[in-house]
Design a binder for this molecule. Sequence first.
Ligand SMILES: [Zn+2]
Length: 313
Amino acid sequence: MSALEQLGRNAQERPPGYAHRAGILFQTLPYAASNDVVDILDYLHKCGGVARSAQLLDAGFPRRELLRLTGLGTSQPRRGIFVLPECDKGLLAAVLSNGRLTCASAAGHYGLWLRKPPPQPHLACGHGHGSGFIRHRTVRFPGHPSLPVAAVEDVALHALGCLPPPASTALATSAIRLHGVPRELLASQLQADRSGSALRVLRELDVRAESIVEVDAQHLFRANGIAYDTQVFLPGIGRVDFLLSGFLIVEIDGFAFHSKRADMLRDRERNNAAATGGYAVLRYMPEHIWFDPSSVVREIRTVLAGDRRNLGR
Ligand SMILES: [Zn+2]
């Protein structure tokens, strides 16, 4: 049994005067003391379940509270590092390596688009010690104030230089779209570091994509030499995800399914307006783009090669 599992088991035992909340043991009496205890445990919780003693002291907790933490369900895998049994394992890896989560490993924290979590943590750390993680040495922006997580700008910059496209493209696109990271800022940082390949990815990036699957579809089209326009407004139909050769509409249907009758009606009207307007329509789910891309490319090529329309557009 690991130390963390052991602690998890210990936390299930409840001595008199203590209560469980969210798997953590809280002292219930006396009230004044219990307030202190709950505060430091709550704070540790907010830190993802792991913090260094220096951070706890900086947050205003007296040293005597830190000394009591180990009796309250936390462990100290290393001197001065306090860990709750249910702590975020990524954050723990970052603290133990004296680094910050970045690149693919910080995507979840910022809600950035990433399909697969990385097998190893990606950490930003200026030092050369430790192993078992992907190291990002260049840190350009101050990180998160209370969590061992790199700044979203650094997360995007690291991903651009580290992940293969389209993973790099999707992550950077979402940093720009969801967090307002200026594209020029990323470009200027990469220019200064002469990061040629990362700059190329940044230049190719199309921030009109509204989801990770659209980024993946763009990548699929580019890789197969299929020219496309994206987020095109067509009169009488509305905005479509992709328009190919001026007549083939390709729509990527998201995860949300049509539950309201009004949505279903609008969907049929759109579809019929496309057909009567002389457009061809192919619709895909994310799974088609991700797991059966060759069929998608084949179907698109078949429709484009048909070229049976002469719309005069
Ligand atoms: Zn990385």
